[in-house]
Design a protein around this ligand. Sequence first.
Ligand code: ATP
Ligand code: MG
Length: 597
Amino acid sequence: MRWPASPATDPSGKIAPVPSDMAEPVDFIREIIRDDLAAGRFDRVHTRFPPEPNAYLHIGHAQAILLNYGIAQEFGGKFNLRFDDTNPEKESEEYVAAIKRDVRWLGADWEDREFYASDYFEQLYQWAEELIRKGVAYVCDLSPEELSRTRGQPIRDGERIITPPGVDSPYRNRSVEENLDLFRRMRAGEFPEGSRTLRAKIDMAHPNLNMRDPVLYRILHARHHRTGDTWCIYPSYDWAHGQSDSIEGITHSICTLEFENHRPLYDWFLDQLGVHHPRQIEFARLNLTYTVMSKRLLLRLVQEGHVRGWDDPRMPTLAGIRRRGYTREAIADFVRRIGVSKAESIREIELLEHCLRDDLNKRAPRRMAVLEPVRLVVTNYPEGKVEGFDAVNNPEDPSYGTRKVPFSRELWIEEEDFREDPPPGFFRLAPGREVRLRYAYLVRCTGVVKDPSGRVVEVHCTYDPATRGGDAPDGRKVKATLHWASVPHAVDAEVRLYDRLFTVPDPLDVPEGEDWIGNLNPDSLVVLRGCKLEPCLGEAQAGERFQFERKGYFCVDQDTRRGLPVFNRIVTLRDTWAKLQGKLEERPRATRRAWPT
Ligand code: ATP
Ligand code: MG
């Protein structure tokens, strides 16, 4: 197989036009792996997804999952799911279960390779003793505050950031015997929480802060969700992560850029221990406009009740977007299109929505649903008569067939589809005007009925029986086609309309002292009750997706009860991203005019 030489995503982080049907993606990570295989550095590929079970996963994690799993698949290798569960105070079984659900939903199959860093606690402990015996680890009695102060914190000096060297701990030169004794007594639970740590003895003046005698173990009298009360000392994430990869025989430890600075430390550990050494490759994390994507921030939204929970359909969590109705295919397409990059950037949420519409357009059956109804009476249609009209289920795919939609004298139409005094450019129903009722007839508005407050409660019209099916035999045209539902047949439903969770593209960009919570969109959820749906939607099951004609894509929510369906709006029909792209394409031309060469 031949591979194009250049990566699909340019390093500036701009969106590269990767055809979505491209069989195998090309990027700098895959290049490195291919080189490693060609050079014989590894003879196999083994990747993993290593979440910390301290929150639900978000779309950024989907990128990491699909990248690791995709690479394992493409290279005929293996993929592990490993929980880096080193922090019992923040982790739980609930999160473990949620993460497994999400990874499985994305289609990444770890087979029987579900692992936990906590499975390796004993090995990690033994390795720590080994470092003590080698004289490169020591027990330190500094308090957490003293420890962090003496490591040498970065200081801002005008434009520059300087990091003065740290100060050696007074406990740095303890004897091996004393260190072993203290460390064993730490494990035995003899000391209070926070009173001692085990630290690697590297270099307190190292330019990389991670190399300044980092902590390997801390005392924590906390119950772990998997190991119970077995341990009262817990390994640091840094001590556990790289060694866990090594134990599992991972060949390529793919992670996000914040770990670049940790790589020298991971290398140091593995070299000291002389064990299998994976290659670490870093890429830029995925950020999306109009949302936040850090577990810590998402946890705050949940804990403070700004959303209804981790699976609130407005959340960028996988549980949230799945409930909302996003498809895994759309997410995979999105991840493929953005590729991987070394440069931090914020991706436009419009691209994700574009991928979603693309997928739903192909797959979602069409239905008619009137979200904000007003009654339309067809005054010349016989009382009690019902006709069934054939409606096309999916114009994109004839195999979806047709269904019958009942039509009667009284119908629901959207309130916004009628105007008593139509402004210029409004082509829908108005007094004297003729429009098409989708699949049914042309109708002409003859008048309205108002309540005492002057609000239109009924629109009256007559139909032209010669236009059965919606077309006039004399070829006369109408400017609008409305969707509708038959009053005696319609099913009542609740419809939840979601908008962006934040009002600004970069919610964390707030002036000093201000809270990003202030950027929450107060209108991110609008609940409509008394919506009128065509009858077959009454049978829809949680998770089913539809296009409501002219209204958008909708998914049946899990709150659905018999007799009262609840729908989530997944996304509207309008594709703003296409427009945006048009704008982006215009930009370079304008630039060229401004700076003649
Ligand atoms: P957060 O910073 O959002 O709280 P995290 O990085 O602490 O998340 P982990 O459980 O450590 O979450 O993440 C597991 C894996 O997912 C890591 O390898 C991490 O690099 C990757 N990952 C996390 N966030 C993103 C993101 N936004 N884009 C791509 N990969 C990500
Ligand atoms: Mg992390």
